[in-house]
Design a protein around this ligand. Structure first.
Ligand SMILES: Cc1ncc(COP(=O)(O)O)c(C=O)c1O
Length: 444
């Protein structure tokens, strides 16, 4: 079946574009040594997890359901014999969830010291057995310049992440890592600013530098990465501690006291999501330099957990024109999709989604308001113009509809849920999932 033949409404995932994004992300992983995780909140078409698991180190969850999904569908499909990781962060976990979370996750991140301590009796034994690694989310208190308040975890009054003033001098017992997330749809520069602040503010949690600190006024973009004298910047980071020219007797001391060298210090940092790494203008070389700097200086693991970057521009929402209604302003196309039900970010953010073969209103001969068959007056997708007049039965293709779309949809007004399809590399479309009345009824 060709994309023009799909039953509408339907989200159509584009395998070629998904793989193009994943190639870029794998390249960043390979060059930097970071581990990149799929943030399932943005995209959880688990039927395609085997594709994603070919490229990425693991997945991250917003709670027990996504964690279960990754456990069943991502981790289970360990690619090339390498087990994929399952991470979870949620502002609060329920008591009856914690045991299962510990059994199916590799990393568990807590949002407060209260949550950390409340669940300690459960997680501590798994941590002691080396089955999980525990982290805390810290609030770096730095927002991107153009941050939308509802997507800004560092907005005043935010509940997301512990502020420095509420953290003790020592990392709490059993905590291996810190997690930060403060960005949304950003280029590299805000990440750089964020990390440099985090490195300063939370310096007490970082291990002693493995290599000499000659990066005082370090800027990762533009200037290029001057390799410090004696450093080989080996691709094999297990060798970091034996880099030439560094006097390092920590191994001996650690052996003497039976320590691992990370006591009371982080072993990993998770830089969260919001990095538009697969966007054409993203400074990926600078990202690689930053990650290598962190890994080499401190000898710690670096995780990134983008959602959008994984499936950016990798899907369509195909819809059919059901009616053309004349109004006192412009004609309105009634579509078999809905902003409110099938692309809620259009209303929440708000934004006007890209639509194939269309322009801004007035730029081409025929301008329409695109709307839906729900009762909500404000269920409007946007105003668009076209070269040709639109007729009942015409198909329209909204673009960049693989992210934050089917993970957020709903059946308000009893609206049917769109199918989820995939367009394979040869152009053939396969239906992955269809929905019917029972999906509406079973949720009520
Ligand atoms: C904790 C956390 N990690 C990762 C992400 C994924 O962000 P994005 O899809 O913008 O890359 C989010 C998004 O809200 C998040 O809250």
């Amino acid at each position: 079946m060709k994309i023009s033949e799909v039953q509408t409404p339907a989200y159509v995932i584009d395998e070629k574009k998904l793989r193009d994004n994943l190639e870029i992300l794998r390249d960043v992983q390979d060059k930097s040594g970071a581990k990149i995780l799929l943030a399932q909140k943005a995209y959880s078409a688990y039927q395609t997890y085997p594709i994603i698991a070919e490229y990425l180190a693991g997945a991250t969850a917003s709670g027990i359901y996504e964690a279960r999904l990754a456990h069943e569908e991502f981790k289970a499909i360990a690619y090339g014999g390498v087990e994929r990781e399952n991470h979870v962060y949620e502002p609060a976990y329920k008591d009856d969830e914690m045991e299962e979370i510990c059994q199916i996750c590799d990393h568990i991140v807590f949002n407060s010291l209260t949550q950390l301590e409340h669940h300690r009796p459960v997680w501590e034994k798994y941590a002691a057995d080396g089955k999980i690694s525990v982290g805390i989310r810290v609030n770096p208190e730095i927002s991107a310049e153009d941050a939308h308040e509802i997507y800004d975890p560092c907005a005043p009054g935010s509940r997301l992440g512990i502020r420095n003033e509420h953290l003790p001098d020592m990392l709490p017992d059993g905590v291996d890592g810190i997690h930060i997330h403060n960005l949304c749809e950003q280029g590299f520069e805000p990440l750089e600013e964020t990390f440099l602040k985090v490195e300063q503010v939370f310096s007490r949690f970082f291990p002693n530098p493995v290599i000499e600190d000659d990066y005082d006024s370090f800027v990762f973009r533009d200037m290029g990465y001057e390799e410090s004298a004696g450093s080989e910047y080996s691709d094999d980071f297990d060798e970091i501690e034996s880099l030439d020219g560094i006097e390092d007797d920590t191994d001996d001391l650690n052996a003497e006291f039976g320590l691992t060298g990370f006591e009371g210090k982080i072993r990993w940092i998770n830089l969260g999501g919001g990095h538009h790494i697969t966007r054409e203008d993203y400074d990926r070389d600078a990202l690689v330099r930053l990650i290598r700097y962190i890994r080499e200086k401190y000898g710690i693991e670096v995780y990134l957990e983008p959602g959008e970057a994984i499936a950016l521009n990798a899907g369509y929402l195909v819809t059919t024109v059901m009616d053309v209604v004349q109004t006192d302003r412009m004609p309105v196309l009634i579509l078999d999709t809905s902003a409110s039900c099938h692309m809620p970010d259009v209303i929440e953010m708000p934004y006007r989604p890209p639509l194939m073969d269309s322009e801004q209103p007035g730029e081409m001969n025929f301008t329409y308001r695109l709307s839906s068959r729900t009762c909500l007056a404000g269920d409007v997708i946007g105003d668009y113009s076209f070269a040709e007049e639109k007729k009942i039965g015409d198909k329209l293709y909204f673009e960049d509809m693989a992210i934050y779309s089917f993970v957020k949809n709903n059946t308000f007004n009893g609206m049917p849920l769109p199918d989820i399809d995939i367009r394979h590399l040869d152009g053939e479309v396969e239906v992955l999932k269809t929905f019917d009345y029972s999906d509406f009824k079973s949720r009520l």
